[in-house]
Design a protein around this ligand. Structure first.
Ligand SMILES: [Ca+2]
Ligand SMILES: [Ca+2]
Ligand SMILES: [Zn+2]
Ligand SMILES: [Zn+2]
Length: 562
């Protein structure tokens, strides 16, 4: 009932907004609250006339007059000329995919009454129109706000701008300003998840800070009703504005709204609103692009929502993409039968770093939603951090997967999703590398299996060892210098030693050497066919891993298990 009234266009709310007539049951016990009505939500006054529409257009940046952001935010609006008003209405109509009539018709008023964020959509039109000029937009006039620092996000410029220069930002849900609708633990969990979602796609980390003085906390969040938290901008009651964000990192939620956890399909998802407002604090303006979390209006939630491709690119334009080294990267091959009974080879790509891993979706060119995950949680019985290497020996007779760390190796049972403690011959694991792979040193830097040659290439410092899996020994001419077996195409453009990971990618049918945040692609057959002068196994010049594999981002350790 409550949720329905929020989503319904609120033109009719004048009738529903009368003082609540039902009196709560009288209180018999101080703890006997079960029959009490929740404190009635104050309803937002519907936008139903010219005066209210003018206020809306001004408040959200559609008209040239900016009364909502002036020294008296709740004061009466100035009256724009009819033509200016019609132009503002048309702009608003176009953005909302309505016929641009300039008339305040029912559909336009309904659009104005939809639940929305309090940050203005656009900056007021500049008196000097320069639409075709490249370069940064002209600065809009800035008026002094009631309090230094109380500038709404997105205003005055309305464009994206990086808001923080440091990489780790602290946040706090203000204890004195919690929502009355969700438990404190649930609010904190939802807000922490909202921050984590941004950290999954940026180099930023977010840390909850309950101890520092308030002024030292980067982003402070709180709930309030009507006039709240010393904020110059009062909330309007249930409906319309549900939250706003300010410069210096303050986020306020209208506690007259029916905020719900992500599992609910009613009300307004606090997670979605928090992700949106954090987007503002980080510097993103509104966009009317379908699918973006930065749309000004609340879009009732899908079962799961994620930051889409464009939202990711928008925030990465401000903060850069995620970089870092990997302990190992590999494709996990499995054979599946298709509907015709044919055996199909499928693979998943994994990146390991410290005690975390990411599954990479090559098809979507991004990491799986919700990653990274702890190795401990996804892989059973192998070391939980700093894996040196992974090898999948794959012949007609053999299908064996090994993880290497230190001087030991583990064999992994793909079907049971568990490291073997004993194999079919009664050999127990983990085993010493020197026993299972005679002549191979440890600890290893990395390794990969070459299926056609039936060789494992093991890498240690500047040397590479080719290991014949059938004869279980190192080839006679090995070890060799890595530069000898995998020569640089451009002289000196080579990792030379201590490679983090030699990764054979089935998506690219190529070997890649990873070191730090860079990769070198190894010449494959197709490259040779196209350019016969390329040396066999030559290394193309260095590139950044983040330019090929997107959004492999760390998150703050405290949010790893969300
Ligand atoms: Ca509201
Ligand atoms: Ca490694
Ligand atoms: Zn917004
Ligand atoms: Zn506020």
């Amino acid at each position: 009932m409550l949720a329905a009234s929020i989503f319904r266009p609120t033109l009719l709310l004048c009738c529903l907004a009368a003082p609540w007539s039902t009196q709560p049951e009288s209180l018999f016990h101080s703890r006997d609250r079960s029959d009490l009505e929740p404190s009635p939500l104050r309803q937002a006054k519907p936008i139903a006339d010219l005066h209210a529409a003018q206020r809306f257009l001004s408040r959200y940046g559609w008209s040239g007059l900016r009364t909502a952001w002036g020294p008296s935010p709740e004061g009466p609006p100035e009256t724009p000329e009819g033509a200016a008003l019609a132009a503002a209405v048309r702009r608003f109509q176009r953005a909302n995919s309505l016929p641009a009539s300039g008339e305040l018709d029912a559909a336009t008023l309904a659009a104005m009454n939809r639940p929305r964020c309090g940050v203005p959509d656009t900056r007021p039109p500049s008196p000097v129109a320069a639409p075709s000029l490249p370069g940064p937009p002209p600065r809009a006039r800035s008026r002094r706000s009631p309090r230094a620092g109380w500038q709404p996000r997105g205003s005055p410029d309305g464009g994206a701008a990086r808001a923080f220069s440091k990489r780790t930002l602290s946040w706090r849900l203000l204890g004195e300003a919690l929502s009355s609708q969700l438990s404190a633990a649930e609010q904190r969990r939802i807000v922490a998840l909202a921050f984590r979602m941004w950290s999954e796609v940026t180099p930023l980390n977010f840390r909850e800070d309950l101890a520092s003085p308030g002024a030292a906390v980067d982003i402070k969040l709180g709930f309030g009703r009507g006039r709240h938290l010393g904020c110059p901008r009062a909330f309007d009651g249930s409906g319309q504005e549900f939250a706003h964000a300010w410069h210096l990192g303050d986020i306020h939620f209208d506690d007259d709204e029916h905020f719900t956890p992500p599992t609910s399909d009613m009300g307004i998802s606090l997670l979605k609103v928090a992700v949106h407002e954090i987007g503002h604090v980080l510097g993103l303006p509104h966009t009317y692009r379908t699918g973006s979390i930065m749309q000004p209006n609340y879009i009732p939630q899908e079962p799961a929502f994620e930051l889409d491709w464009s939202d990711r690119k928008a925030i990465q334009k401000l903060y850069g993409s995620c970089e870092g080294s990997f302990d190992t990267a590999f494709d996990w091959i499995r054979k599946e039968r298709n509907q015709y009974g044919e055996v199909m080879v499928r693979f998943s790509t994994y990146f390991f770093r410290n005690s975390w891993y990411w599954l990479y979706e090559n098809r979507n060119n991004r990491t799986r939603y919700g990653d990274p995950i702890e190795i401990l949680a996804g892989w059973h019985g192998i070391p939980t951090y700093n894996i040196d290497a992974f090898v999948h020996i794959w012949t007609w007779k053999r299908d064996e997967r090994y993880f290497f760390r230190g001087n030991q190796y583990w064999r992994y049972d793909s079907d049971k999703d568990q490291a073997l403690t004993e194999d079919e011959q009664g050999k127990s694991y983990p085993k010493l590398i020197s026993e299972g792979f005679p002549g191979i040193p440890s600890p290893l830097d990395t390794a990969f299996y070459d299926r056609r040659q039936k060789l494992i290439y093991f890498f240690k410092e500047s040397l590479v060892f080719a290991f014949d899996v059938n004869r279980n020994r190192v080839l006679n001419s090995y070890p060799k210098k890595i530069t000898e077996v995998f020569p640089a195409i451009i002289p000196q453009n080579h990792p030379f030693r201590n490679i983090d990971s030699a990764y054979y990618s089935y998506a690219y049918n190529s070997i890649f050497f990873f070191k730090g945040n860079a990769y070198w692609k190894v010449v494959n057959d197709k490259d040779k066919q196209q350019n016969s002068w390329l040396p066999a196994n030559g290394l193309f010049p260095k590139k950044f891993i983040s330019e090929k594999w997107f959004d492999v981002c760390d998150v703050h350790i405290s949010t790893l298990n969300m």
